[in-house]
Design a protein around this ligand. Structure first.
Ligand SMILES: [Zn+2]
Length: 374
């Protein structure tokens, strides 16, 4: 999306949300705007709305509370309805449709049918990753279009299933090869995308490694102590890889330590509530710009900052649901009301222990990494 498009979309949402009475109906947003801002194409074929992103197709129907995503039905909390000439969708219904879409823009977020992703942890090397998955370093480089061996923590590498190269000899059949390598004809055909059983002498086949021989990738993201079922605040493909920026120094308003983690995304990208909760603060802060604090349980408040704007239905005291659209990524803050553009657009996400009355920050990074992989 070009920046100008994002800004004009944003302007139209803000106009739209301002025009809709705050509490009249379930908060909703125009289908076209919200899915376009999630990098999808939207086609209106009255009464059907087709939403495409990459290889995925979603179909919504005005008046219906059932949508389909690649042919699978998804129940919405309320039907798609018309408001001011636009088809609108409840702000709680966007995330379930939009998350885990394939055909993503970020190369590092690609998900392929037979592959897995490995998230780089401190100390990982390309050689180590290749060894763990039983594949060649050169292959990992090629699959990920790596130009050098530099890796960064949090980077996602695509790793195909390990295989044994087999050159077809006279007399070979898929059946014979499958016996030799303790696998199945089906597995060989799938791995090599063969449409028939025909193979030719000299052909190199990738024979899948039998299950017991596969190295088990270790789970490098540990389950957090709580909120294990919470959601990542952006849908995949709409934000950039992020690192642990907790505790970094920040100088606006005097030297201080960064009380959160920054996730870069384009201005106008939709943001979703990580948890159920209650909006306990709302409005402008000199540091945070347009910010939102959501009390998630008796001891914890989540903080979302630098928003371009709020979603309909967000106000102080509002109950929000996990996955509900709460606002749009922006670059507000570091000055008086309305200050924007002092830094690149991003979500500043914080977590605070508010059990004792005071706000005691803790590092949200392990939580975000866990939610991201769900
Ligand atoms: Zn920040």
């Amino acid at each position: 999306l070009k920046r100008i498009t994002v800004l004009s979309l944003l302007a139209s949402w803000l106009a739209f949300s301002a025009a809709v009475p705050a509490h009249a109906e379930t908060p909703a947003v125009p289908v076209r705007n919200i899915f376009q801002s999630l990098h999808a194409e939207v086609a209106w074929k009255d009464p059907v709305i087709e939403v495409r992103r990459g290889a995925d197709l979603m179909v919504l129907r005005v008046g219906s509370d059932v949508a389909t995503k690649n042919g699978t039905a998804i129940r919405l909390s309320e039907p798609i309805r018309m408001a001011k000439g636009a088809a609108v969708i409840a702000t709680v219904d966007v995330y379930p449709l939009a998350h885990n879409w394939s055909g993503l823009q970020n190369a590092s977020d690609r998900l392929r049918v037979s592959g897995r992703t490995h998230t780089i942890a401190k100390g990982d090397t390309l050689w180590g990753v290749a060894k763990r998955y039983g594949v060649a370093v050169a292959d990992v480089r090629e699959w990920n279009h790596l130009h050098d061996d530099a890796l960064y923590v949090g980077e996602k590498l695509y790793v195909e299933e390990p295989y044994i190269p087999h050159t077809v000899a006279p007399g070979d059949t898929l059946w014979r090869i499958s016996r030799e390598h303790h696998t199945t004809v089906h597995a060989i055909k799938t791995t090599n995308r063969l449409e028939s059983d025909n193979i030719y002498v000299g052909q190199t086949l990738r024979v899948p490694v039998p299950e017991p021989m596969k190295a088990q990738p270790r789970d490098i993201v540990e389950k957090p102590p709580k909120f294990e079922d919470a959601l990542f605040p952006f849908v995949n493909g709409t934000y950039q890889q992020f690192g642990d920026t907790w505790g970094e120094s920040r100088s606006f308003g005097g030297e201080r330590s960064h009380e959160g983690v920054d996730i870069m995304a384009e201005a106008g990208v939709p943001m979703f509530s990580a948890t159920d909760g209650t909006v306990v603060s709302y409005g402008w802060l000199p540091y945070g710009g347009w910010r939102l604090s959501v009390k998630a349980d008796n001891a914890t408040t989540l903080y979302y900052a630098h928003l371009a704007g709020y979603a309909p239905g967000i106000y102080k005291g509002a109950r929000v649901k996990k996955g509900q659209l709460i606002g749009y990524c922006g670059a507000t803050g570091y000055g008086p009301v309305g200050t924007t553009g002092k830094f690149d657009p991003h979500l500043h996400f914080g977590m605070y222990d508010t059990s004792g009355g005071a706000w005691k920050p803790f590092n949200p990074y392990p939580y975000l990494k866990w939610w991201e992989q769900r």
